[in-house]
Design a protein around this ligand. Sequence first.
Ligand SMILES: Cc1ncc(C[n+]2csc(CCOP(=O)(O)OP(=O)(O)O)c2C)c(N)n1
Ligand SMILES: [Mg+2]
Length: 531
Amino acid sequence: MTDPTTVGCYVVELLAANGVDTVFGIPGVHTLELYRGIAATGIRHILVRHEQNAGFAADGFARASGKPAAAFVISGPGVTNILTAVAQAASDSVPMIVVASTPVRSSLGKRWGVLHELRNQAAVVTGVAGQARTAFSAADVRDHLRASFAALQLERPRPVYLGVPLDLLAEPTSLSPERFPRFPRNVPVSAETIREAVELLDSADRPLIIAGGGSREAGESIRKLVEAVDGYVITTAAGKGVVPEGHPASLGASLQFPEIQELVATADVVLAVGTELSETDIYTTNRLPMTGRLIRIDLDAAKLSDHYASDLAIQGDARTTLEAIAGGVATRAGWRSEAGPATVWRQQLEQGFGSPAQAAMAALLAIRAGLPAEAIVCTDMTQIAYLGNYAFPTDQPGCWLLPSGYGALGYALPAAIGAKVACPERAVVALAGDYGLQFTLQELMTAVELGLSLPVIVWNNSALGQIRDDMRAAGIAATAVVARNPDFVALAHACGAEGLRTHGAAELTEALRNALRHPGPTLLEVVDTDF
Ligand SMILES: Cc1ncc(C[n+]2csc(CCOP(=O)(O)OP(=O)(O)O)c2C)c(N)n1
Ligand SMILES: [Mg+2]
């Protein structure tokens, strides 16, 4: 290497040595030294149009691939800009590695007013990330990253942050990159605990499983278990597709419906796995009306006894724990044989849908028809996605990405870019509302630049639809809920993307299929009144 090895080079070499192959970011004068050695590592750097979107793209990348991406941001505004995406990832247990510069060491905490100064940058990030540390030496860089990589493997996934002062980034170092130790995530659960869980489930007349995002790799065991005990399985949005939604035991992601909450209330044993059972999993502020015994399985000990106290708390990995439980329960007839397959409940539910939901459902089915089974749909805070949590048929986990935990508008497009970068061979689609898309629409340029075959579907109801409806329901005159929209199709063309307005289901399906064959992004405007 002709360049001297600087700490900046060492950071990227360490990341590369530990499996990071993609960085989303925006360079600045403070992070120049992070870029000196990047080409030599083979890491791919993707320039986005706003740091928030570097974070959302890293989030989409991680959810699609299971691997963390890194985000490189400058001190100060780069850090504050990415915070929303860091909070979003933290709330949905998504791993990511944020590396930022800080001003020079001698200035830290002194408030001299240096460029990009924050009073305490790491403290700002500590409020949202899993870990946030500042390095004061090359050895700190190594030690902090080692701790972060360990946490990413051992704990419930969270974003981690490393701040490196810009004078340190430029310093020479004699340290050479190393591969940190690997850790298995499967915390072993005792045979005694497994036996207790099996006994509880064997004694249940009306067993129910609630599967969250933490159970994504446990689908096969959940299916076996629910079949053996003749129960039902409901997922959260993050767990959507863990068990194929067409399975007779699957009620899909339906916790938001009162009818399904009543079913939960009648279950005598509920097994909740890899879920916080939070407000954003249930999509109502109501507490789930549980009356049965509750078994919780979670990697995060804090979740085992929060506002839903477990009767049996199991700290462990979902896949290995459920494999053991599914292998132990007796196969017998339970309540599903009597109460009927999930389709009976689904039909009842769907009969109650009003016409806006029927319209959105028709659009969702048209989108489904245009996509292969393994397609990844990156969604946003829009009415069509709230319904899609339940109504978009999904037979595999990790195919429906919703910013559910934090609810940040603007997620869909940058997350879809991240997912498509991670899985170029898979169909990836962004699905956003007309207002939310405008939060991050500038990333269409990134998708054009990268030549990503990426349909971007805009559900256009010419309003901040959900907020309008909520105001009406609360007896508030609808105010500040209509914003003038751009001509989306013309805007797409101006960015160098394809763009077209589709009318009705058949056109939407056809346009989507064409968009998947187009070697760049296509913005598809879908007008709600056409359905
Ligand atoms: C960053 C952020 N700001 C504000 C909100 C509040 N909010 C939630 S949905 C919404 C309106 C979204 O409108 P649109 O994208 O058109 O979706 P629609 O409800 O019309 O389907 C707003 C402002 C939010 N979730 N996130
Ligand atoms: Mg709208």
